[in-house]
Design a protein around this ligand. Sequence first.
Ligand code: ATP
Ligand code: MG
Length: 160
Amino acid sequence: QLVNMGSFLNDVIDRFEIIAVEKNITFKRKIANSPVYVKIAPDKLMQVLDNVISNAMKYSPEGEAIKIQMLQKEKFLQISIIDKGMGIPPESQTKIFERFYRVDKARARSVGGTGLGLAIAKELIQAHNGEIWAEGEYGKGTTINITLPYLNDQEGEHEL
Ligand code: ATP
Ligand code: MG
């Protein structure tokens, strides 16, 4: 299935904005208007974005903004979810994609979850020839980057 990534992202963020009100969290969007299509199952993509965005919300203090941007590079789309929360220690930035791995058990227990979200996300993104990785400074925030190959205009028109 083909997903128009920009409008898909906007729909997902619209939905999150409703629940984010409670935590006084706002979203800043930097998403190109032009349609860019990715071949992926929408429900799977939704699962990945749901987890990454809810992580950003879970691990951010009240009142912070979360930035979500989509950049169209030459060969792939890059989606970044940027929060100003507690961040992840550098040595854990690859481990968070392992099953059941959670940074700081005590802190993790208090926010709830199983530690499976990012492991599932990584499997899904890699199965679509994409990448997912974490960046950021411990104590200052986290950026989760996702890349996915997109269809060029001709291919897109052909399939639609
Ligand atoms: P689940 O997603 O299964 O409900 P979870 O959110 O704990 O549980 P993952 O989504 O796999 O599991 O994340 C793994 C761990 O990575 C988290 O427990 C948390 O310690 C850390 N983490 C993930 N995203 C962030 C973030 N945006 N800021 C700080 N820590 C994060
Ligand atoms: Mg999670």
